[in-house]
Design a protein around this ligand. Sequence first.
Ligand code: FAD
Ligand code: SF4
Length: 512
Amino acid sequence: MGALRLILGDQLTPDIAALEGLDAARDVVLMAEVMGECTYVPHHKQKLVLVLSAMRHFAAELRARGVTVDYIRLDDPGNTGTLTGELARAIARHRPEGVVCAFPGEWRLLAAMRGWEESLGLPVEIREDARFLCTLPRFRRWAQGRRQWRMEFFYREMRRETGLLMDPDGPVGGQWNYDAENRRPLTPGLAAPPPRRPAPDAITGEVIDLVEARFPANFGTLEAFAWPVTATEAAAALDDFIATRLARFGDHQDAMATGEPILFHALVSTSLNLGLLSPRACCEAAEAAYRAGRAPLNAVEGFIRQILGWREYVRGLYWLKMPDYAALNALEATRPLPWSWWGGETRMNCLKQVVRQTRDLAYAHHIQRLMVTGNFALLAGLDPAQVNEWYMAVYADAFEWVELPNTHGMALHADGGMMASKPYAASGAYINRMSDYCRRCCYDVKAATGPDACPMNALYWDFIARHERRFTGNPRMAMPLQTLRKMAPEKRDALRAQAAAFLAGPEMRPEA
Ligand code: FAD
Ligand code: SF4
């Protein structure tokens, strides 16, 4: 035979580099469901169903095009449980001239791939993953020699290079960034149109049964499973977003509301990360809506910035800084994850809402991830390794190249500021401004001390005080530091005592 072409669970794109030049008469595509990938973090049940179902659909599509696919199911007899083991077995079966694969989405897999040539004893070609708008060498060139990296400057270069949302004389509308217009809370009475989501088909139904049987104790429920598992479903979900939610995406991007988990967000990250949708197609669809007068510029620019800016930026940063990046712990945070993060009781309504929604949907939008769980983890000094594992496990779109920089860098500031110029730390006032969570909470968001005081308030000041020395000199932290320094010593002591009592109390009981 010719080459054995390996396709991973997040490489479900017909023109992925691993399939380039495929000779349907001689080559075999290998796809394998393995226990090792299903268990290296305790994935949410919906994430397992999503990846396995999308893999099975993709294999069927390739076969329909005449490609020979050697597909190993999780329960197949003899399944070794690892990618390396399945590759070795496939090599023994097919005796290929070599293995061709595309660059993976996680460092640990790249490390494994780099060892294959030696351990398997045949040529292994690892091709660049061309599904991104910025190649890794291009990102490296951009980053080289810069003292500080900031997404905004990278994003502007990407706008110029791709031509997205550009006029001949500069950015459309004359401004690069409309973020200042994108921070509005939800207007009372404004309801978000419910997204049209695909119903599980027979293949997904079979995988749901498999996951319930093999992973009964994993976090999450499957009743609401409605993720796109094919490129056709993903394209329909994108169309639905563009037609019904994009116009308000900008205004209410940062808003949070009880019972409204999705609001005006796109729900495209799983499809983008698996390869069912291309980032360029998403950006072009949004730009076309703007040019046709169907969506305002602040919404379209905001959406394109997330994909062309943030998504590409975090990927570049991940591959530039790994593997050392994951071990950084600039704020020396060591506290274990509280049990409430896995569904245990908490009186904090913001946390309860986000964890409950995460359990039911394997989804929370950006501000929920950053300013509720992320902010709490930052303020309480939760151990970055445990927090990263949680984010990797519970979100259906979590793959390390995108999860780690967002959690470790943006939310936890564990990288000391490589990713963001200041920690995203906030008291309860921010959550109260951007959501209705505080109105339904046992705690009083206006109080910082006392039995019913919102824990976010004392934790915030305790965090600023704990890291006072480190943040001195950071102009973006000048305001809170100044307020802290003007505080009467008794008030400061009372806040720190309140924070210490909370951190020692029942809400922080570690997971069982
Ligand atoms: P929208 O809000 O509608 O945004 C559109 C798209 O923009 C997203 O689908 C995504 O592809 C992209 N995007 C937006 N923000 C980011 C960002 N900061 N980084 C990269 N891409 C972005 N995103 C993941 O895809 N996987 C993760 O594991 C992940 N973990 C995160 C962890 C934390 C702590 C934080 C703060 C953010 C994380 N994000 C992650 C980014 C973001 O929260 C999700 O991409 C987004 O919520 C997905 O929902 P959506 O498709 O409705 O996004
Ligand atoms: Fe969260 Fe505090 Fe608001 Fe309660 S009062 S929802 S704990 S921010």
